[in-house]
Design a protein around this ligand. Structure first.
Ligand SMILES: Nc1ncnc2c1ncn2[C@@H]1O[C@H](COP(=O)(O)OP(=O)(O)O)[C@@H](O)[C@H]1O
Ligand SMILES: [Mg+2]
Length: 238
């Protein structure tokens, strides 16, 4: 479904993604594991068109999307839930969901249907639909941020460190939510520093170190790789 071929990405003169290639098949959950600063967010921003690779291609369902606008990439079926749960704190839960649906905003019936679908999947959001997003717990905000990204019904959902900064109970809820979306047929690419829970929901994984993929394999293989155990399965480092 998505093929990243030998991309390089720089900020000014500093190249932070160095010849990265990987792929995601329809229906998979793929995780990229990497420490702080490895280049995970940069890869996400490049897939969504917010940054352009200096070289290499990004092919989504047969089309090279590496040169098209961020808006057209969303329309093609890719959305990202960015790092740090960026909900609109002064807006209610339902307003936040509506804001996620800007691409289909003219079809009010469809927006309403999608909202009902999200409430059905995540009843906590339904209970809190009139509450200001800023007053939700961290875990609920993460749930809202992911549900908002789902409002355009993407084929590929990108999640940038969904567990970051959450208490352990909410981390588990977040990964349960990811599992639920995957079971409904959404293809998911997730990046994480904390590998353990992510590998529990993933089919395959890549390990990114300073802009290069250094290990790849099935989630099972990666989970038992001694190099990974040492660096990414212990206490959270950052
Ligand atoms: N806007 C920016 N300008 C310059 N350098 C940046 C910028 N954003 C990130 N970087 C650098 O790029 C590298 C990768 O960053 P990032 O993709 O955010 O890593 P991660 O998400 O894995 O923590 C880091 O060395 C970081 O300092
Ligand atoms: Mg990041």
């Amino acid at each position: 479904m998505l093929e990243i071929n030998n991309i390089r990405v720089s900020y000014g003169k500093v190249e932070v993604i160095k010849d990265v290639s990987f792929h995601i098949e329809k229906g998979e959950v793929v995780v990229i594991i990497g420490a702080n600063g490895a280049g995970k967010t940069t890869i996400m921003r490049t897939i969504t068109g917010l940054m352009k690779p200096s070289i290499g291609s990004i092919v989504f369902k047969g089309q090279d999307i590496s040169k098209i606008s961020a808006e057209r990439i969303v329309a093609a079926g890719i959305t990202m839930c960015p790092e740090g749960r960026q909900v609109f704190p002064q807006h209610t839960v339902s307003q936040n969901l509506k804001l996620g649906a800007y691409l289909i905003r003219h079809n009010r019936k469809l927006v309403q249907e999608r909202m009902e679908k999200m409430y059905e999947l995540f009843p906590i959001l339904k209970e809190r639909q009139q509450q200001l997003a800023g007053t939700l717990s961290g875990g609920e905000q993460q749930m809202l941020a992911i549900a908002r990204a789902m409002m355009v019904d993407p084929e590929l959902l990108l999640l940038d460190e969904p567990s970051a900064g959450l208490a352990p109970i909410y981390v588990k809820n977040t990964f349960d939510m990811i599992k639920k979306l995957s079971e409904r047929g959404t293809t998911i690419l997730l990046v994480e520093q904390m590998a353990k829970m992510a590998l529990g929901v993933a089919d395959r994984a890549y390990v990114l170190e300073t802009g290069r993929i250094v290990i790849s394999g099935s989630a099972q293989e990666i989970m038992h790789d001694p190099r990974v155990e040492e660096s990414y399965l212990g206490q959270k480092k950052s």
